[in-house]
Design a protein around this ligand. Structure first.
Ligand SMILES: [Zn+2]
Ligand SMILES: [Zn+2]
Length: 346
């Protein structure tokens, strides 16, 4: 049964909340999309019309509203917590008991997120609102670069347009701050998928390998070393490329001592990627990076608002590896973060 609601959410907010909770528990996108779409439909529908359709039991006559979403709208209009929302929330474990919970509280932002400009599922403003809702002060928007065709990577033209869009959204959400960025592809020869003068326009640059993951150790070491030595790169994303769920994917092979040593020498950050299927780097490499003096970025690599909450996974790993909060760049405010990124390109 649904709870009696004091402070029950409006219909569209209830639908968004369900989508958010489903994303957090890594539900398939198609399941989540129905709720996001329904929320948009409700927002576009005149409130009186919505109530009238509900009274007549005809909510499903609205395009994009099905049985489950109609039930949510009905409950919300009645002022009770929708049963569906109650059920998904109950199925989501509380992070308060996790080893990384205290560290999570210290994080001010996230250095690696995607919007629907590349392969994410939500507009920039929705990602930013969700990040703000988590208590963040800033978030770096890092959509893919152009070579990654499967992920609708951004051409230079679209990247420049995105910088304008970020400025517009920032004006709306201030003092919350979206920092401009990119997840730039590390190409086969270690060069980056955007020219230096474009990378120079961005606040924070994450560089990641998405192709030729099976290169031999020498080649992969050279690629990563070339990438992290580029003055515009601030963070090395998901360094081994491993996938640990489903069919899985083995780690790329490279000389971690050389690559992490270079990251430490350049004062850059090694990413702790919090996606449940990645959790990259594995613990033994994370411990090596700690010894070598790297800084770290605990990133969600979120492709949907609810996935922003995955940073707890990276926090658990950081705590297990004994990483002090002052070595985690996300514990800084955006001024300090920008100053840090600025030193690399200077
Ligand atoms: Zn990536
Ligand atoms: Zn990514």
């Amino acid at each position: 049964m649904a709870d009696e609601g004091t402070g029950a959410l409006a219909p569209a907010d209830s639908l968004d909340r369900i989508a958010y909770v489903l994303e957090q528990s890594a539900q398939p996108t198609y399941r989540v999309r129905a709720f996001r779409r329904a929320a948009a439909v409700v927002r576009e529908t005149d409130p009186d019309t919505l109530r009238e359709l509900d009274r007549l039991g005809r909510l499903e006559s609205l395009a994009g509203i099905g049985k489950a979403t109609a039930g949510v709208i009905h409950d919300a209009l009645a002022g009770i917590v929708p049963e569906y929302l109650h059920d998904v929330e109950e199925a989501t474990p509380d992070v308060g008991d996790r080893p990384g919970a205290e560290l999570l509280e210290l994080l001010r932002g996230d250095c690696h997120t995607h919007s629907d400009w590349s392969d994410g599922g939500s507009p920039i403003v929705e990602m930013a609102r969700a990040a703000r809702g988590l208590g963040h002060d800033w978030v770096v928007l890092t959509d893919h670069s152009g070579s990654l065709k499967v992920a609708h990577g951004l051409t230079l033209e679209r990247l420049v347009a995105q910088i304008d869009e970020v400025a517009r959204v920032n004006a709306e959400l201030a003092p919350f701050r979206i920092l401009t960025g990119v997840e730039v592809d590390i190409l086969a020869d270690g060069s980056l998928d955007h020219p230096d003068e474009v990378l120079a326009l961005l606040d924070v640059v994450v560089a990641s390998v998405h192709s030729h993951l099976r290169d031999d150790t020498r080649t992969m070491t050279r690629r990563l070393l070339t990438a992290v030595s580029n003055p515009h790169v601030d963070v090395l994303g998901h360094c081994t490329g491993r996938l640990i769920t489903g069919k899985g994917r083995p780690e790329s092979e490279f000389d971690a001592e050389v690559v992490f040593g270079a990251i430490a020498a350049h004062g850059k950050a090694l990413e702790i990627n919090s996606r449940p299927e990645r959790l990259d780097p594995p613990s033994r490499l994370l411990e090596l990076a700690v010894q070598l003096g790297c800084d770290f970025a605990i990133d969600s690599d979120a492709h949907a608002p609810g996935q922003l909450a995955w940073q707890i996974n990276g926090c658990d790993k950081a705590v297990a590896a004994g990483i002090a909060p002052d070595r985690i760049v996300n514990t800084r405010d955006h001024h300090a973060l920008l100053a840090w990124a600025g030193t690399h390109a200077a």
